[in-house]
Design a binder for this molecule. Structure first.
Ligand code: ATP
Ligand code: MG
Ligand code: MG
Ligand code: MG
Length: 477
């Protein structure tokens, strides 16, 4: 018969009805009480079995980790901790599990160990809560943009362009790289390659997204993004998911307003739809906080922190103002940053970003109008000749979560900038055509989905919020 999800059984107000549930045994207590979990919620269904009424061979096979199917009656529970329980009429073992060899233990295991058994970690409460929340956030992304009339434009995964110019690309080739074809100059001849040119995995869908915005008005893309980040941080993955809306007729302020509204919308969605999971994660975090010395403990719980973000406007300041603040700050006992902020024009390090957000403003901050030299070629140049209409959104505990800008709409200014930077104009003819034919002000941003999931779940390592993390020297499956 059809199975019913445990989440639904636990939410149902009725009792004394028959169901079939299927899932995995979390614990088996006193030879009588099975805590059954099917992944729909962290709350287990208590399944009560009577050894005397069961086939002894089947009874022996009820072990931690086994997959079972149970049919019986949902009745009020006399025990503590649950409103209802399932009185077993028939129980079938679908898949045995050798509990001795099973890596998932009932007691708490470290996140580091969980990363070593990443293929099984979905079966724990922590990762159950994280990945159900991740799912909801992804759903909310589509709902938000759909309601606003944005077109979901699927930008290519394999591309010939490097939008960021940072050179962090994974090459895509079918050439035999041990013995590649070479041209007369001795360089690898990509004309012989699959696409007849050199290609890579996308580092951003923005340039293609702009083509869409300049036709549909408002588009977004939400897809896998690849960067050969050669460092191991808790904030970078080699494969991550990026949300990139692009809007025609939007100036920088409209862009910031949209980003703020968007972030608040998806956080609210998670609070409304994943309350139990977030409460579980909040408790987990609170337990961890208790291990820390008093002075280092955070003064807000996870739910409070999310509600705080919903109920407060993000601070908006310029890069120049930020530099002023940082120069006049004494960040810690040493009263110095590791990287001193002396010259206007240097890129902010994460210690600076975190200081602004966590110590100075104590809320999300939108930093605008960065020096042109540290930002990408496509950003709209300000009148001062030094800065561009960029915006980065910085979040407590995370640092940069969004990078965006108003785009340069002037063909001449854009080409001049590309020439300055040595970016080949001919190769990007298709991009420049939007400026030749009916150019208009437009803006967009990129939000790293995993950084959003980090913030919402309160997890601290980006490897713990993506199902299959890819980082240098690590792509297990
Ligand atoms: P960072 O300074 O953290 O390296 P970035 O400035 O290089 O980020 P952008 O090119 O602005 O990143 O990309 C837009 C957003 O994508 C970032 O704000 C961030 O949220 C996310 N992002 C960038 N690189 C990564 C990565 N390697 N892993 C996960 N998310 C990333
Ligand atoms: Mg980067
Ligand atoms: Mg950055
Ligand atoms: Mg950025």
């Amino acid at each position: 018969s059809q199975r019913v999800k445990i989440r639904q059984v636990l939410q149902d107000e009725r009792t004394n009805y028959e169901v079939t549930v299927k899932g995995w045994v979390r614990t088996f207590r006193n030879n009588q009480f099975i805590a059954l979990n099917d992944g729909s919620t962290n709350n287990n269904l208590q399944v009560v079995v009577q050894e005397a009424e069961m086939d002894p061979a089947t009874f022996k096979r009820i072990t931690r980790g086994a997959a079972i199917s149970v049919t019986g009656e949902i009745i009020p529970s006399l025990g503590k901790g649950q409103r209802v329980e399932l009185k077993t009429a028939s129980l079938e073992i679908l898949g045995d599990c050798d509990a001795e060899a099973y890596p998932i233990q009932p007691q708490k295991q470290s996140l580091e160990f969980m990363r070593e058994i990443a293929h099984l970690r979905f079966r724990t409460n922590t990762f159950g809560a994280v990945f159900r929340t991740r799912h909801s956030l992804a759903f909310a992304v589509h709902q938000f943009f759909h309601q606003k009339g944005f077109v979901y434009l699927h930008t290519p995964i394999i591309t010939a362009s490097d939008a960021e110019g940072a050179g962090e690309m994974f090459r895509v080739t079918t050439l035999d790289m041990k013995n590649p074809p070479r041209n007369e100059a001795g360089e690898i001849d990509y004309k012989e390659d699959f696409f007849g040119k050199s290609t890579n995995l996308t580092v951003s869908g923005q340039l293609e997204g702009e083509l869409g915005a300049m036709a549909f008005g408002d588009i977004y893309t939400f897809g896998p993004t690849f960067r050969a980040e050669n460092s191991n941080t808790a904030r970078h993955l080699a494969e991550f998911w990026m949300i990139e809306p692009e809007m025609a007729f939007y100036e920088l302020k409209d862009n910031m307003d949209l980003a703020e509204e968007f972030i608040k919308y998806v956080i609210k969605f998670a609070l409304d739809n994943n309350r139990e999971d977030l409460e579980f994660l909040a408790q987990r975090l609170a337990d961890e906080e208790k291990q820390k010395p008093q002075a280092e403990r955070s003064d807000m719980g996870l739910i409070e922190k999310l509600e705080f973000v919903l109920n407060n406007e993000f601070e908006r300041i310029t890069y120049t103002e930020a530099i002023e603040i940082l120069r006049n700050s004494k960040p810690n006992k040493n009263k110095k940053f590791t990287y001193p902020v002396d010259a206007w024009g240097t890129d902010l390090q994460s210690e600076h970003e975190r200081y602004l957000v966590e110590k100075h403003f104590k809320k999300p901050v939108i930093l605008t109008d960065y020096p042109a030299a540290i930002k990408s070629f496509y950003m709209k140049q300000n009148e001062d000749g030094k800065t561009v209409r960029a915006m980065d959104i910085l979040f407590p505990g995370i640092g940069e979560i969004v990078g965006g800008s108003q785009r340069e709409e002037s063909y001449d200014k854009l080409v001049a900038r590309m020439n300055e930077l040595g970016i080949p104009v001919e190769e990007l003819y298709w991009y420049l055509d939007t400026r030749r034919f009916g150019t208009a002000p437009h803006s967009g941003f990129g939000l790293g989905f995993e950084r959003l999931v980090l913030f919402v779940t309160g997890m601290t390592n980006i490897r713990d919020v993506i199902p299959f993390p890819r980082t240098p020297k690590s792509a297990e499956f």
